[in-house]
Design a protein around this ligand. Sequence first.
Ligand SMILES: [Ca+2]
Ligand SMILES: [Ca+2]
Length: 583
Amino acid sequence: MSALFVLLFAQLGAPTAPVIRVNQLGYLPDAPKVAVFCALEKTELSEFTVTAENGATVLRRAPTPANAFGPCATTYRLDFSSITKTGSYRITAGGATTALVRVRDNAYAGAADTLLYYMREQRSGYNPLFKMVVHLHDGIVVDDSLRAGRFVPVTGGWADASDYLQYVMTSANATFVLLMSYRDHPAAFSDHFDARGLPGKNGTADILDEARHGLIWLLRMFPSDSEMYNQLGDDRDHTYWDTPPNDSADYGWGKGKERALYPCTGKPQGLFKYKNRSSGFASTAGKYASTFALAAKIYGQRDPSFASRLRERAVVAYAIGKASPGVCQGAPGRAPYYYEEDNWVDDMELAAAELYALTRERRYLRDALDYASREPVTPWMGADTARHYQWYPWHNNGHFEIWRVANGHDRKLVADYYRRGLEAVVKRADNGFRIGIPFIWCSNNLMASFATQAHLYRRMTGDNRFREYEQAAIDWLFGTNPWGVSMVIGLPHDGIFARDPHSVVAKEMHVELTGALLDGPVYSSIYRNLLGITLHDADEYASFNTGFIVYHDDVGDYSTNEPIMDGTANLSYLLAALGDRAR
Ligand SMILES: [Ca+2]
Ligand SMILES: [Ca+2]
């Protein structure tokens, strides 16, 4: 459809026919399977049918009426869970018919590995897309009375999103989840790339190649007991629309030269007008400690000298976090936006749980349980808004990690913490899509984390009460949403996904950012109030952007259509669990 036609269509207010939204990646045979019927006007629906590929009707039943959601004035849930036979099906209702819907044992095979294409593309240091080292000069210390102006070699890691800023906060969590995914689901991953991210086997699962790339950068960012760095670059990055090799941001030492390196200081930071609310080291120290401790355990056999270095750094980072409670937030530059992480006990809980698993020293388990009791529920769960990355990580892996190593009573306790968070979200999910998260910036992270927490809870307890909501969140990410769009580029390869993401690399290099998870839909009120957003083309989803949330497949929309590194890595656990051949 031409852009002009879409524009006219939207402006004339012509009715859009009802649609049926499905998970385009597909459904596991034993999973709940529910398609969602959405009509933009009030409609009555009395039945739906499911047909096999040869046209034979295999199911005819009544739909389940549900509450309106966003642009969908009418929604019905079309439950075809009773179909457990592998195959391809079409669902028909109210004049709408879906494309072929997959029911497959291997519906998620390789999906977690697909995410790694985007992680490799985001690499700083040697970048396999550009086949050269990018951001070679990092970085020069700022905002530190003792070391300001000094060069520290911290090349490496990943660009955070379509800008090139780098944060320990998101990178350590990304590395942790990659390691955890491999530990629990090694059979979900394969070996097709080498350590530099170039095609070719190297005898190591590609997810471990990627995790190690993150670990090496984190070790550089915490080079001695008195230097804990937190952030590389700041929003002066956004001045130019450059690819990584040509990044010409100027941090005061000339265009394209060294980038600013921020340490944790325990005090509010910001070189210009805006300041953050930093109060300690523990949010960052905890993330270093948990990631290094988990890595030390995983590399214990594979690479003992690397493991012993990681173990030593984990113990030191944890001690720093204990000595300096509070948060080390992202540092703003010229703009008022930064990562406003407000919780740190979750990070120290996870660190203590990993250090207990590594050392078996009881004091770590006692600490982990104490920290866990101080924030049993990640505070966005049940809320309708939050500040930008205020409660991070999006779900607390610490409860699951305690469960793995604790005894009966404590295991029940942490499972109960998860249950309370899930219940709070489910209370808000009384709509046809069964979605209860708040649509703040980066809503897809919340969706992935809700599903992951529900998955972990089910594994810990065998309690299936949230299964429908867990599946609804997975389905949302792969197309069961008002727009019918998969929120991961290239998953599935023949699906409907973003063709015009907010990314200079995609735009200038004409590449598909395969494996990238997008920010996702936001409240229309947030979209309207953000600075500098203009769509570059007519909105092909205009008729579905009339409700309380919006999504635009447009390079100009940095609020809903920008790929995110930490969200992509965070999704790896769920996709590994779903795609595990040993499942
Ligand atoms: Ca490999
Ligand atoms: Ca935190």
